[in-house]
Design a protein around this ligand. Sequence first.
Ligand code: SAM
Length: 267
Amino acid sequence: MTQEVLTVAVCERPDWGSPEAAGTLAQRLGLTLVPDEYQISDYCRFIIFFQQGRLSLQQTAARAPGAICVDFDDSALTYRRNHPVQPEALLKASGVKQGGMCRVLDATAGLGQDAFIFASAGCQVILMERSLVLHALLADGLRRAAESENDRVAESSGRMTLIHGDSASLSIKDIDERPEVVYLDPMFPDRRKSAKVKKNMFLLQQLLETDIPSADLLGNALHIASRRVVVKRPRHADFLEGRRPSHQLVGKASRFDVYLPITPSSI
Ligand SMILES: C[S@@+](CC[C@H](N)C(=O)[O-])C[C@H]1O[C@@H](n2cnc3c(N)ncnc32)[C@H](O)[C@@H]1O
């Protein structure tokens, strides 16, 4: 009898380092607990596990890249925050100034990298993520960021609120205050070889390859934002949902399409 290969399972690794037991984590995420064996790829395509107290995700295939986790203390993210492309295109497209105290809904949170740039600039950020596994990685990253010895990381994490769910069905009534900016960076099928796509994004693409894009993600965002909706796209990709933006910021590999909301703020 052949057994079904799961997408993600929890695996208890020797350097677990978290007070949460593997069985409890599996139960919390509704996942199966699999043994830490050589042939783990027979059971599942990905494993999620604590590694030195960090919730981590790894592909099980031979020669797969190493594990990833959400790490707001990461040196690359610190570099991006301290040495932004002049000025950081994401903030420019969103109309956010450093210390601007804008409310942002990052409706496709992923690994929270872009959300952290908004929070570091002083924005209050709601991160919405529909994948339970990525939501768990984000929650773990935020927990560690709150305890960071780096004051800027700890302070920025205090401006980030995480929610689980599909932002295409989010309504203004579900959130306390209407965000000025809604940011969308939906997954885009990328056929380039893994070396060209950053390790994190490559892993996310593999994990979420069977996810069906929400039909009205942008359409709904246009009802939620009070100032603008910003969509990140690969440079030569079609417009999201076929909607033409009011203007664009085009970079080398990607671009930001900027839309004006359907019901703008009365302020
Ligand atoms: C390309 S990643 C985002 C990367 C993110 N900007 C970052 O800096 O790490 C896209 C993410 O959006 C999530 N997503 C896609 N559609 C969504 C929806 N309708 N609601 C919530 N999350 C969604 C996917 O699960 C995936 O994690």
